[in-house]
Design a protein. Structure first.
Length: 290
């Protein structure tokens, strides 16, 4: 579910006592789904764990092309989201459930509402989502097996800076008619889905270090404001690529990033697993005077 919110987690609480969920909340698939959504809004990781299947080969898909296999990465993503978001609200706007024997599948629409602190203010963001998934009845209780989520509106993808395939094709065939943008300087970088923030210092070619896991950006091309390159993080042994679109004045950029390698897992297909970027350039007084 949203932000990889549902997955198998630990079966025991910290003191080692098994977690229990009232039977009335999992005795039918619709009640189980609604309880899972409520647990996510309440950041209730133990309940999510109890109501999820723990099969190691389960595959689920999140927004921005994210693919989750098993538990470890999803667990960390959930923990990061619960830390970064001060508050979550997840009202269900539509839910349809079908059942046959010990299997159930559903289609759901919901609003994923995040409250994040920015300075002294609490910023509220609404992400309109749709989700499908499959549940199985095990030992008399319904558990979520797998899910697939996406945005209900294309305008949300646009707001997050996801370039369309048509846009990429236009930039690929359009000749460069203007000077190469000056991307040197300090950039503030936001990974939108996880609200993860760090800083980069780039040279005039768009290459330089950034402050997450000793990372480094390497630019491969900048053409007609379409900026493409690679990133490498020796601190956690990961690497991948990025594609962002510069604003007209060159002070902001929005787009996507993805993995190509995570540790020993290599040859990850480009653009399939990652997220969305929002970059902002720090403007100095000397820049304004030019």
């Amino acid at each position: 579910m949203m932000r990889g919110l549902l997955a198998p987690v630990l079966l025991l609480v910290f003191i080692g006592v098994p977690i229990t969920v009232p039977a009335s909340e999992t005795s039918d698939p619709e009640s189980a789904i609604r309880r899972l959504v409520r647990a996510n809004a309440e950041k209730d990781l133990p309940t999510l764990s109890r109501m999820m299947a723990h099969d190691a080969d389960i595959i689920s898909y999140g927004v921005a092309g994210r693919k989750y296999i098993g538990w470890s990465e999803l667990e960390q993503g959930m923990k990061d989201e619960f830390i970064n978001a001060q508050k979550l609200e997840i009202p269900i706007t539509e839910l349809k459930v079908w059942t046959k024997d010990n299997l159930a599948w559903y289609a759901m629409e919901l609003d994923y509402i995040r409250y994040v602190t920015e300075g002294a203010e609490l910023k509220r963001t609404i992400l309109p989502m749709r989700e499908t998934g499959v549940l199985e009845r095990r030992h008399g209780q319904w558990q979520l097996l797998s899910w697939h989520e996406s945005f209900r509106s294309a305008s949300v993808e646009s707001a997050l800076g996801l370039p369309s395939a048509d846009s990429r094709r236009r930039h690929a065939i359009k000749p460069q008619t203007s000077m190469k943008p000056d991307v040197s300087g300090e950039w503030s970088i936001l990974e939108v889905e996880d609200d993860k923030r760090y800083a980069a210092t780039l040279d005039s070619n768009g290459n330089g270090p950034y402050s997450q896991h000793d990372g480094r950006f390497t630019t491969t091309t900048i053409a007609d404001r379409l900026w493409q390159g690679t990133w490498y993080q020796p601190g956690n042994d990961r690497e991948g690529g990025f594609e962002i679109q510069l604003s007209d004045d060159g002070t902001e950029a929005k787009g996507i990033w993805w993995y190509t390698r995570v540790g020993k897992q290599q040859n990850i297909p480009p653009r399939e697993h990652g997220g969305t970027y929002h970059w902002k350039k720090h403007i100095s007084p000397s820049d304004n005077a030019r």
